[in-house]
Design a protein around this ligand. Sequence first.
Ligand code: FPP
Length: 242
Amino acid sequence: MLFRKKAAPAPDRLPRHVAVIMDGNGRWAKRRGLPRTAGHRAGAKTFETISRRANALGIDTMTFYAFSTENWKRPAEEVSALMDLFADYLRRIEQFQKENMRIRFLGDPAPLSDELRDLMRQAQEQSAGFTGTCVNLAINYGGRDEIVHAARQLAGQARDGILTPDAITEATLEQALYTGDCPPVDLLIRPGGEARISNFLLWQSAYAELYFCNTLWPDFGPDDLDRALAWFAARNRRFGGV
Ligand code: FPP
């Protein structure tokens, strides 16, 4: 039997901002008798494929959870392999910039190596004017940590007389988040079989549609993204109304 590939949703039914929790790398590797780091390497390839697909479809913003504030608890060799994958990707970033994709980072860069921070800064600066999909990489990111960071910034401004406490609104707090002027998350995708958001984009996902699937991240392909987008396009979003 022939299966016709489902067309991508019409642009007006596309989410503006898609967040992705890249889960299942470790299990993918274990099933193949490989070290967990091989799963992350395969996951890094999937990250590239999916960001390209999003760019081809015209999605405004994609945010990928690459390393959480809690991931430092993992074995040192796994942490170091992940940092190497981020650096390798950033050394090849021209390939993506040729495709007009913009890159940004969410999270606290302070504990990262000088080399990685330099690569991040360069990639962000070089792509600042690009108009394709904005790819946000969350590295040393935690949703609660982000809100504390924003609150601290606003408290500092209040102390310095730049802002009165009454002038602190949802809009000013939102602006102070790492995502700054990004649109709110419309669709949050978590492959890997777990149904939780794990401290990812807590504020930004307040009205996100949540899509969970069992596919492990390294096996998540463009068709899986299209399926999630088709599911999203059929949702009736009410934002608290009727
Ligand atoms: C969670 O799956 C995954 C991570 C903590 C790391 C995600 C990072 C990548 C996919 C690499 C991204 C690379 C670039 C260049 C952006 P897990 O390892 O906890 O999986 P498990 O639940 O099966 O053990």
